[in-house]
Design a protein around this ligand. Structure first.
Ligand code: EPU
Length: 346
């Protein structure tokens, strides 16, 4: 037995790597030491080394939901584990195993090419497959957690790989077990379970409107195209203007607080939530406070969607967080509602 022959290739290391092109906010962050992870089996050795050196670390996927500091201390792990395959099928479902580094939108397109509809409402969400379950990405009436069978991750505390079944992932609105335990797990692989019985999911008004003139139900491909069109009209393209999608979560308040608010603000936009609770449209709250299109130095609020903060160029994490604080204070003062930041602050 030659163990050296089977040893994984060590992760590629780069010093002082610029991350401007690796975060959708376009923040000019520098990673002191960056490691490119192309295979899960590189992680145990790397984490042994990081533990020996007592080095801190952060994992970066597509960089679409993060606010990076100017200098990233310690090790930045660029997760680039690729590959996707149908790994199991029965009469009801198809299981697909996917590397964490795959681009999310490319993966959704691939599922449709394979005639495995289900994820089309989540088209065009930036980021990677491995990052998707962390904040349980969702759009147009669907959340990714619903389609996840299990997740394989490296647990940096136990120095071992774990496989978490869906029930253990604690998926909730923009939340999961991984988000609750930040900087502990590195997602390496996601196994999706796609039901064979497919039905279009059109309960979200914006999407339903696109097909209101048609007598026949749309195909998954048509929904995919419609979602891409709606998103590109409402959300800024990060390649053109830096942003991380929705910057705040839609706040969830009690029905009692909601009743008081709707009396005072009859045009308040909200959605039913769990019993006794109501989800408010944060974009509406921010818009009402007059922030839409406003600028504060190099950063601002997107002119077409008040929930999106943008970097017009040269903005830093400090600029973004100070604008966020101004918005949070005004919304709290006007509506008595707390807005929570959605992206992860590194
Ligand atoms: N609105 C305004 N002014 C604005 C923005 C919104 O009045 O400037 C009102 C509108 O009446 C609109 C309502 O707020 O009907 C809700 O806005 P929208 O339909 O655009 O959805 P959202 O609540 O702003 C959420 C997700 C998005 C997801 C869309 C579509 C969150 C935090 N955001 O946005 O997710 O794409 O619904 O399902 O839940 C993301 O998380 O990055 C993201 C883009």
């Amino acid at each position: 037995m030659n163990s050296a022959k089977n040893a994984p290739k060590p992760a590629k290391l780069t010093l002082n790597l610029g991350l401007k092109d690796r975060n959708t906010f376009g923040l000019d962050a520098i990673a002191e030491v960056a490691y490119e992870i192309t295979a899960a089996d590189q992680l145990p050795e790397l984490f042994k080394e990081l533990a020996d050196k007592k080095q801190v670390w952060r994992a970066l996927g597509g960089g679409s939901n993060v606010i990076l500091p100017n200098r990233m201390p310690g090790a930045t792990l660029l997760i680039n584990i690729l590959g996707q395959e149908v790994c199991k099928t029965d009469e009801q479902n198809t299981w697909i195993s996917v590397g964490a580094g795959l681009n999310w939108h490319d993966f959704v397109s691939w599922t449709l090419e394979q005639n495995l509809p289900g994820l089309e409402n989540l088209a065009l969400i930036p980021g990677t497959v491995g990052a998707a379950p962390i904040q349980n990405i969702g759009a147009y009436g669907l959340e990714v957690g619903e389609y996840i069978d299990s997740i394989e991750a490296f647990d940096s505390e136990a120095h071992a790989f774990v496989t978490l079944p869906q029930e253990a992932c604690q998926f909730a609105y923009r939340n999961s077990f991984f988000k609750q335990n930040p900087h502990r797990f590195i997602v390496t692989k996601v196994v999706f379970k796609i039901p064979k019985s497919w039905k279009p999911r059109l309960q979200y008004a914006d999407l339903a409107k696109q097909f209101s003139n048609s007598n026949t139900a749309p195909s998954a491909q048509e929904i995919f195209t419609a979602v891409c069109n709606i998103r590109s009209q409402k959300l800024p393209d990060p390649k053109v203007i830096g942003n991380a999608g929705s910057f705040f979560q839609n706040p969830i308040v009690s029905n009692v607080q909601y009743e008081q608010l709707i009396e005072q603000f009859p045009s308040l936009v909200s959605y039913p939530d769990t019993p006794g609770m109501r989800k408010l449209a944060a974009g509406w709250l921010i818009d009402q406070c007059g922030f839409k299109g406003q600028r504060m130095g190099p950063v601002g609020v997107y002119e077409k969607q008040a929930l999106v903060l943008v970097n017009h160029g040269g903005g830093t994490a400090t600029d973004i967080l100070s604008l966020a604080k101004t918005i949070q204070e005004k919304v709290r003062h006007t509506f008595g509602v707390q807005l929570d930041i959605e992206p992860n602050i590194f």
